[in-house]
Design a protein around this ligand. Structure first.
Ligand SMILES: [Zn+2]
Length: 256
């Protein structure tokens, strides 16, 4: 069975059009994990009837709240609601452990007062260094989204012989073509319709770049209000250039 991607959320930081924060559940032969985990992610998992304790990893593209601030609730759920047996590995930018622990402590000051009943491990991304997590390969690339010392990443994953690429949050750069090259599925953010802000992708940028992106299946995510309203036009542009372009929707599930 081919691995699957399910949208736990498809909206931007502002929950545009009532959508959850962009976050993805991946199911493969080894089990399940997520890419990003915003504040609405746990609710979406439960809407799907999934047990949060079954997740092996949470792979973070960057440390903006809409992409990682659901983790304190996942940790708490693993302590009390669905006691977790298996370890949880959180991958993310340099400093990920300190940020996640600080956030969890700000929410629940005594959360680390005694040892968690499960192993919590952290892995830091380095540009161009592949990480193997239980047979799943993760290749981080640089995103164009934040100023140092903050760092955002594009992630390319190999799962059961299939390739899926995530832009996370980023403006346009040539790295995106390399990220997408030959992938079975590209999960691309499209925050804006017609904006000059260059640290997110927009409808305008994608219209210009879409024909040259070396991937034939693209799913749009992180959609702001206007970008969602006009997403049908991108779908039509995709069709005219031989690209299957899917508009992301909360709880939508696609084969990779
Ligand atoms: Zn961001």
């Amino acid at each position: 069975m081919a691995p699957r991607l399910t949208f736990l959320g498809s909206g931007d930081a502002f929950n545009a059009a009532g959508r959850g924060h962009s976050c993805y559940l991946l199911d493969d032969a080894q089990g399940s994990f997520t890419v990003d985990f915003g504040p609405t992610a746990l609710a979406a998992l439960k809407r799907l009837g999934r047990n949060p304790a079954d997740l092996d990893h949470v792979l973070l593209t960057h440390l903006h709240g809409d992409h990682f601030a659901g983790l304190p609730f996942l940790l708490l759920d693993g302590c009390y609601e669905h006691p977790r047996g298996r370890p949880l590995v959180v991958g993310g930018p340099p400093g990920v452990e300190e940020r996640v622990r600080a956030l969890a402590r700000a929410c629940y000051p005594d959360i680390f007062g005694k040892p968690l009943p499960f192993e919590l491990r952290f892995v830091e991304w380095e540009v161009g260094r592949p990480v193997d997590l239980s047979g799943r390969s993760v290749l981080p690339r640089p995103a164009y989204h934040q100023d140092l010392p903050e760092r955002a990443f594009l992630l390319r994953l190999s799962l059961d012989g299939r390739e899926v690429a995530f832009t996370g949050d980023t403006g346009w750069s040539e790295e995106l073509r390399e990220l997408a090259r030959g992938a079975d599925l590209l999960v691309a953010e499209c925050s804006f319709f017609d904006s000059d802000y260059d640290r997110h992708l927009s409808h305008r940028i994608l219209r210009e770049k879409l024909p040259s992106i070396p991937c034939r299946r693209i799913v749009l995510t992180h959609l702001g209000e206007e970008a969602r309203l006009h997403a049908g036009e991108l779908r039509e542009l995709g069709a005219s250039t031989g690209i299957e372009l899917i508009v992301g929707e909360d709880l939508l599930s696609v084969e990779i």
